[in-house]
Design a protein around this ligand. Structure first.
Ligand SMILES: Nc1ncnc2c1ncn2[C@@H]1O[C@H](COP(=O)(O)OP(=O)(O)OP(=O)(O)O)[C@@H](O)[C@H]1O
Length: 225
């Protein structure tokens, strides 16, 4: 039987001490290669949903399956190398761009992966609209938009099966936001990357057919095309 890549069934979640749940009986199925866009106003639970998918929070009720396996049975390091989470604020260290890009290769789960070559990284910088950036310059001195694109590039280098993007453009101006969305659309088409992005912006994919949901009343509703 063919499983969706990610399946959320009957999910309910309440933060400890909170008076009302963030989610009640939420369902979602994401097929391999899909581009899922989840919109919702502030506080509806967009970040919480992504955190549950990568096991940073634990639901009180319901199941999340990745490739048909309950994620609670997948070791966290393995899960996070398959599902890459790009935070709203890129987590970069005070070091050159190249060191930031190669940082995850020091993690045990990635030890067997071949280190990308210098020239491949250079070529990838161009692909991520970072052509003016050198591998040797300080990552912390990049602009907010450049940092976000670098964080997405670092994720891609790990070759995850799925990417979760948490409001990737919220801190960016319109031009930088357009670059990030163009990159994510290209990753979906050329690398067949499954992408789930949450946003409160009015972005609609231009070059691909995305599946759009609205997060409201503690659950997801499919939006008309
Ligand atoms: N650690 C926490 N403990 C308790 N409540 C929390 C915690 N984190 C978030 N919440 C609450 O859960 C709800 C959902 O928060 P979440 O950050 O997932 O929303 P969001 O849709 O991502 O919001 P935004 O668009 O403002 O980033 C909010 O009411 C928030 O106050």
């Amino acid at each position: 039987m063919n499983h969706p890549l990610l399946e959320i069934r009957n999910l309910s979640f309440t933060y400890e001490g909170a008076s009302s749940p963030v989610f009640e009986r939420l369902d979602l199925a994401v097929g391999s290669g899909e581009f899922i866009l989840i919109k919702g106003t502030s506080g509806t639970g967009k970040s919480t949903l992504l955190r549950l998918v990568c096991r940073l929070n634990k639901p009180q009720c319901g199941t999340i399956l990745f490739r048909g396996r309950d994620i609670t049975l997948i070791p966290p390091a393995e899960l996070r190398s398959s599902i890459s989470y790009v935070a709203q604020v890129p987590q970069l260290v005070d070091a050159p761009v190249e060191e930031n890009l190669l940082l995850p290769f020091a993690f045990r789960v990635n030890r067997k992966k071949a280190l990308p070559r210098h020239e491949d990284l250079r070529a990838m910088l161009d692909e991520f609209y970072l052509d003016g950036v050198t591998l040797g310059q300080s990552a912390l001195k990049l602009s907010a938009g450049q940092k976000q694109r670098l964080a997405i590039m670092r994720s891609i280098l790990q070759e995850p099966e799925m990417m979760l993007l948490d409001e990737p453009t919220s801190a960016l101006d319109a031009e930088s936001a357009a670059m990030v969305f163009s990159i994510t659309e290209r990753l979906n088409t050329s690398r067949k990357m499954t992408i789930m992005t949450v946003t409160h912006s009015d972005y609609r994919p231009e070059t691909i057919k995305g599946v759009m949901y609205r997060l409201e009343n503690r659950s997801l509703k499919l939006m008309p095309e």
